[in-house]
Design a protein around this ligand. Structure first.
Ligand code: IVH
Length: 749
């Protein structure tokens, strides 16, 4: 764990800065977990950050942010599903980690209710299911609607999917006219393993853990996919009701069970904190044999009248708390450090461990992140683990919380073998021997071998056939790896010549385990079909660093054709090179200034300007246009430019493009808009909107917005102060209008 500054020794400035950092970190973690089903940190780390945030807020109440993470639950709903406003908010729970925090919870409840420490006070204690919460609405006994939690106020409408879940009854008898049942959707261990085995067999994505599998399965746009996934549901709470279910929590749970819902049979009544803690122990001991994931125990005040008196504070009830299980830790020996090479050439160190059981799972690998991490430094240069480095032969503490890849939490220096040497991170690629370099500001060292590096080639192929890229049915990661190992394909273009090279005989493939005549034929048909591909998929498939799915779509929308994009990037190259040289010169200035203990602002800017002189005007215009595309910055533009300038990579891309029949431009999003497909330039001052707003609006209407006027420009929108661009437009005879005329044209006046 990081060595945090003690809250009571913080200055206001430090507190403000850390609250900002925590708001950002937790915001990202929330979105990753709740919206994208792809957690970026362990639950334990998440809880730690939230606690830290709360501690700082308690010490500096005036600094609490408007977007404070302590006021937020979950994340806004994802696109793709209809939205449902919860008639009653779906809440989160406060957390306790230690027995004393549970005693404190009990004491708080008693104080609030004015009950003495010895007065009888019943709580329910039940497992905290590690799934995702769901709210089911029944009207007159019929199931009418299901919604995910979303951000607690608005969730996603997953009614069609929920209908396919066996534990969710379609009709119930004897229920209140309006009944919202809340509970947890989850997947059992056995079902999870069988699902992953099926997925792997088909070359489909496997899930990291049952929770992700449950979330991914519930949130399928096609309910038939959900039907094929073995989801289950435990009911443990309720929302809107036309009449009460019972007088107590326990009574309500029993009533839900009578109505036909599955409730958890480890729910017990406990009088006071010590009984709750005893039941916690019992549940913790049963954890490994339950057959489904739980991450703690939830305690709730039993009497509903007392729950009503206790009420809520912002997003959590005062009458309940989640007692979480601790992160799971174990000590073991680090046997070796292996280096894996990824698609972009990143060298990732992996710890090979003497196998050890951590929370019921045998762990033999852990991530080591990068060379700084091994050396005991964070990216910022600060010490981590108190500055202790990690060496082969060390005893290390392995940490596994929830689903995340195991990590190393600590090193035991007392048990370090005398001959253990500091780890030397390789400076050449272990796969191809090319030089591995680490650029300024990058935590990662990368192989420079490009496609001659077999590890990069295979990763690039895996990426090429992935879902958002070429997504060729029957050709998943497993198959491309096999074909690569057999020497059948070395690069994407080879996929398109498989049939002509093997087709006639087809024997090699047909006789291969897992392939028959039919599946071979299907594969070739699927490959054939992909000779027509969307421009955005093609761009994404190239596996260029920083070029993700969204950026690929942005580029496709802006340039509309492969040729136009390549032409623009090639034209902009002198400016890209100058930008790179400028960055390097500025970096050198920074280093020199730091060594001399002076500021570098001015000399840095000068160094940049020097390098960026003498760039031809059309190259500069093309570069400016590229970096002005929404979502594309200089880092991505540079990476794209350099990929297309690398002779081997360019040749491989050209070979691939040569195999394609048609690269389909994105559909203009508003075909009937008067500006769809037009190239528009905004110049001068806009008075009714910002430049960014104007650009976004125009692009939403299917226009391409460019930063410079050329013979390809269709329309110039000129505000006051328009100078050289307006002149150039006049010289070229291009239509020019003012802002009001533009608004009238697009119907926004
Ligand atoms: S009660 C107002 N009971 O944990 C309180 N929640 O961290 C409503 N959860 O959003 C929640 N098992 O998704 C409750 N037995 C249980 C639970 C449970 C799992 C989840 C639920 C909630 C989250 C809070």
């Amino acid at each position: 764990m990081a060595d945090d500054l003690r809250v009571d020794r913080m200055t206001e400035k430090q507190a403000r800065e850390e609250l900002a950092r925590l708001a950002e970190l937790l915001g990202e973690a929330n979105a990753a977990y709740h919206r994208d089903d792809a957690p970026v940190m362990s639950d334990a780390e998440y809880d730690r950050l939230r606690q830290r945030n709360a501690a700082i807020e308690a010490a500096f109440p005036a600094l609490k942010r408007a977007d404070s993470p302590s006021e937020q639950v979950g994340a806004a709903p994802a696109e793709g599903f209809g939205k449902i406003s919860h008639s009653e908010r779906m809440l989160s729970l406060g957390n306790a980690f230690e027995a004393d925090e549970v005693r404190e919870f009990d004491a708080r409840v008693r104080r609030y209710l004015n009950l003495g420490p010895d007065a009888a006070l019943d709580y329910t204690a039940e497992p905290k299911i590690d799934g995702l919460s769901l709210s089911l609405r029944y009207e007159e006994g019929r199931f009418v609607q299901a919604a995910t939690r979303g951000d607690g106020q608005v969730g996603e409408n997953v009614t069609a999917n929920a209908r396919t879940i066996g534990d969710i009854p379609d009709r119930i008898e004897g229920a209140p006219d309006i009944l919202e049942v809340r509970g947890e959707v989850y997947m059992s261990h056995a079902d999870f393993e069988a699902l992953n085995a099926r997925q792997a067999e088909r070359g489909d994505k496997t899930f990291a853990n049952p929770r992700n599998a449950a979330a991914g399965s519930l949130r399928q746009l096609d309910a038939e996919i959900t039907r094929a996934r073995p989801l289950r549901f435990f009911a443990y709470a309720w929302g809107a009701l036309s009449e009460p279910l019972a007088e107590t929590q326990m009574g309500a749970i029993e009533r839900l069970s009578e109505l036909g819902f599955v409730t958890n049979d480890l729910t017990r009544l406990c009088d006071g904190a010590e009984e709750m803690l005893a039941h916690y122990e019992t549940i913790e001991q049963m954890r490994a044999t339950l057959g489904y994931d739980i991450d703690g125990v939830v305690y709730k005040v039993n009497a509903l009248a007392l729950q009503a008196r206790l009420g809520y504070r912002s997003t959590t009830p005062r009458w309940a708390i989640a007692h979480k299980f601790p992160a799971e830790l174990a000590w073991t020996r680090l046997e070796a450090i292996d280096i894996q090479v990824g698609r972009t050439g990143a060298l990732s160190p992996v710890a090979r461990l003497s196998p050890v059981t951590v929370g019921g799972v045998v762990v033999s690998n852990a991530t080591l992140h990068n060379e700084d991490y091994i050396a005991g430094r964070a990216a910022s240069g600060e010490a981590i683990r108190g500055g202790k480095d990690i060496r082969v032969g060390d005893w290390v503490q392995v940490y596994r919380a929830g689903d995340v890849i195991p990590k190393i939490a600590d090193v035991d220096l007392e048990r370090r073998p005398e001959d253990a040497e500091p780890y030397r991170f390789p400076e050449t690629c272990p796969e191809c021997g090319s030089e591995a370099v680490r650029e300024e500001g990058d935590a990662v060292r990368r192989c420079t071998g490009g496609l001659i590096c077999p590890a990069q080639a295979v990763e690039k192929l895996r990426h090429f056939v992935s879902r958002a890229a070429f997504d060729i049915e029957g050709l998943g990661a497993k198959q491309v790896e096999q074909f690569f190992a057999d020497g059948w394909i070395a690069e994407p273009a080879d996929i398109f010549t498989l049939e002509s090279r093997f087709g006639s005989g087809m024997k090699q493939l047909k006789n291969r385990e897992g392939w028959g005549e039919k599946s071979a034929e299907n594969l070739f048909a699927a490959i054939e079909a992909r000779r027509e591909v969307a421009l955005s998929r093609l761009l994404y498939s190239l596996g260029i660093r920083h070029l993700g799915e969204v950026a690929a779509q942005d580029l496709a929308r802006h340039y509309q054709s492969w040729e136009a994009l390549v032409e623009a990037v090639d034209l902009a190259r002198p400016a890209a090179q100058a930008h790179r040289a400028g960055e390097e010169a500025a970096e050198a200035e920074r280093a020199a200034a730091a060594a001399e203990g002076r500021g570098a602002r001015v000399s840095e800017a000068r160094a940049r300007a020097r390098s960026e002189r003498d760039v031809p005007e059309d190259a500069q215009a093309a570069w400016d246009d590229l970096v002005a595309v929404d979502g594309i910055g200089p880092v991505l533009a540079l990476s794209l430019s350099e990929a297309l300038a690398n002779p081997e990579e360019r040749a491989a891309i050209d070979r691939l493009v040569g195999k394609l029949a048609r690269i389909v431009p994105p559909e203009a999003r508003a075909e009937d808009s008067p500006v769809a497909g037009k190239t528009v330039v905004f110049t001068g001052t806009l008075e009714k909107m910002t430049r960014d707003e104007a650009k976004a609006r125009a692009e939403a209407l299917g226009a391409k917005v460019s930063g410079s006027v050329s013979s390809k420009t269709d329309l110039v929108v000129a505000g006051p102060g328009a100078g050289s661009k307006a002149k150039k437009a006049r010289d070229l005879g291009i239509e020019m209008i003012d802002e009001d005329a533009w608004l009238a044209l697009i119907g926004d006046a």
